[in-house]
Design a protein around this ligand. Structure first.
Ligand SMILES: [Fe+2]
Ligand SMILES: [Fe+2]
Length: 178
């Protein structure tokens, strides 16, 4: 393999590593969204669904970049799906997932830069900004459940799970239109 080819392959591998993490996150958050639905925590369920949809956009963004570079987007998940989980287990678990994602994407962006691909590095940098919004939400929710327990969860019991026309969790948190 020529130097140029191996540099592109290093970037494709980095993008596919990220894509496999997104595919894991999509399924994990979908499973949690069904658990929250069964518990009738409507709004928590609706937000979990939106976050899963954000991760699907990321998976597609990585796939498009991989295809532009001549690679094949992986369909393998990075790891197994944890289930069943209680509502108290879901949020700290997701803090760990998002923190791991941010830390890993920082390193993968650096690999892209080292291999001369600024566009792929910029894609990682943009997606990291979304993951930081997810991370903050999961941290806040974990803290509220730890400190307020049932008093916090009672706010969400029997609320609507429908998230309206806004289809991006990041936009919801930033109070921006879709
Ligand atoms: Fe993501
Ligand atoms: Fe995320």
């Amino acid at each position: 393999m020529s130097d140029d080819k191996s540099r592109v392959q290093n970037v494709i591998d980095a993008l596919n590593k990220a894509r496999s993490m997104e595919l894991q996150a999509i399924s994990q958050y979908m499973v949690q969204h069904y658990i929250l639905d069964d518990l009738d925590y409507g709004q928590l369920c609706g937000w979990q669904k939106l976050i899963s949809v954000d991760e699907m956009r990321h998976a597609e963004d990585f796939a498009e970049r991989i295809e532009a570079l001549g690679g094949n987007p992986t369909c393998d998940k990075a790891g197994p799906i944890a289930q069943p989980q209680t509502v108290e287990q879901i949020y700290p678990f997701d803090v760990n997932m998002e923190q791991n994602t941010v830390d890993t994407y920082d390193k993968l962006a650096e690999i892209c830069r080292q291999n001369g691909d600024q566009a792929s590095a910029a894609l990682f940098d943009r997606i990291i900004q979304d993951e930081l919004v997810h991370l903050q939400y999961y941290k806040d929710t974990t803290t509220h459940i730890e400190k307020l327990g049932d008093a916090f969860l009672a706010k969400y019991a029997a609320t609507s799970k429908h998230s309206g026309p806004i289809k991006s969790f990041v936009k919801v948190m930033k109070k921006e239109d879709f």
